[in-house]
Design a protein around this ligand. Structure first.
Ligand SMILES: Nc1ccn([C@@H]2O[C@H](COP(=O)(O)OP(=O)(O)OC[C@H](O)CO)[C@@H](O)[C@H]2O)c(=O)n1
Length: 342
């Protein structure tokens, strides 16, 4: 086996502590292949389920099984809603996830809201908040019920935080609600186009209807969790459907208020990396504060003869993403001054 295919051999001085799987934008639908909105990239709607099965098979047979899989959102495609096939498609995908021998944490993306309301999602198996960790005597680290976010500890001293990038959004909320009015106001203030999914002419192209953002309440909670993690000398992995770092993403795919999220994250030492989906063609950049931003290549735009998922191997001084198919390998060193001593 060469070095690339076994990250364990790349870290001679230390052993792998644990690993986790990552996968994004499955967007399954029982439809013939199609294209993205611009007509430039092929979408493999049926094949996506086979790609998921393939990923699960590989994770299940890894010699040291991943502790969990992070599903980065858009599990079924919005087209299902048009064909009244949302529940059937979701059932198929969730049945496939049932064959995974480790827990999966589901993130919500725009396609979840094309198919279902927020209330429906909250009551569905796509709500994996029951897997959250509660920190005793720190009520400020308990998330509010008004957004879908939580944190958990898969291994001592490593905290994972799942964010709700559609906490501020016009998707999935009742049009008569004050929240819808507030979010539509934000969107219209930044996007004068009649078609709100169009970013044409925008100085801030992320202000489109298929994106969303983080409420101040969620950002305050994130800040509290990161404060606890700093104090407890933890390493933190954050996941969200929408990316937040412009150099790692097409600007039209960013969260509306990505700068606010970055401001919170940059005021803490503990964050190692930020995983997002949505862009489909992937991206990576390390920001000036040493946080690694990884936008995972989407399953939906992955040809039958390829793959798009990864396993992240966690070491005392770094994390290493072993990508499959379209997903490249990445080494994510921890910030120098704060290497973890176990
Ligand atoms: N200029 C545009 C772009 C899109 N739309 C419509 O918006 C909806 C979402 O678009 P879609 O490409 O399907 O969203 P994905 O989450 O799959 O992909 C996100 C990024 O585009 C990936 O690069 C859909 O209804 C489009 O028709 C639009 O009207 N105008």
């Amino acid at each position: 086996m060469d070095e690339k295919s076994n990250p364990g051999t790349l870290s001679e001085s230390s052993e792998c502590l644990f690993s986790f799987g990552v996968i994004a934008d499955i967007q399954y639908a029982d439809l013939d292949d199609g294209y993205n909105f611009q007509g430039s990239r092929r979408r493999y709607y049926r094949q996506s389920l086979l790609h998921l099965q393939d990923a699960i098979e590989e994770w299940n047979k890894e010699s040291s099984r991943p502790c969990c899989v992070l599903q980065l959102g858009d599990v079924i495609d919005g087209y299902n809603a048009q064909y009244k096939a949302s529940e059937k498609a979701l059932e198929l995908v969730l049945n496939t996830f049932e064959t995974l021998k480790v827990p999966v944490h589901h993130t919500w993306g725009n396609h979840e809201f094309y198919n279902f309301s927020r209330d429906y999602l909250t009551c569905s198996k796509l709500n994996t908040k029951s897997l959250e960790d509660r920190i005793v005597h720190h009520p400020e680290t308990v998330p509010s019920e008004s957004y879908y976010a939580y944190h958990f500890v898969p291994f001592p001293k490593f905290r994972f935080i799942l964010l709700d990038a559609y906490d501020l959004s016009v998707l999935g909320v009742d049009e008569s609600s004050p929240k819808y009015q507030q979010c539509m106001k934000i969107l219209r203030e930044h996007n004068p186009n009649t078609e709100l999914n169009s970013s044409q002419g925008l100085s801030e192209p992320q202000f489109v209807q298929f994106n969303g953002g983080f409420s101040q309440e969620q950002l305050t909670w994130l800040n509290e969790v990161l404060t606890f993690s700093d104090t407890n000398q933890e390493k933190v992995v954050i996941v969200s459907h929408l990316p937040i770092y412009p150099e790692a993403s097409d600007s039209v795919c960013l969260a509306w208020n990505y700068r606010d999220a970055l401001t919170v994250i940059w005021s803490h030492q503990c964050v190692v990396c930020f995983f997002a989906g949505h862009t489909h063609d992937g991206g990576y950049a390390q920001d000036p504060f040493g946080v690694h931003h990884i936008n995972l290549e989407g399953i939906i735009e992955t040809a039958p003869n390829s793959q798009a998922f990864g396993t992240v191997y966690v070491y005392p001084d770094k994390m290493m993403l072993k990508g499959r198919g379209r997903v490249p390998d990445r080494v994510m060193n921890y910030k120098k001054e704060k290497a973890l001593h176990l």
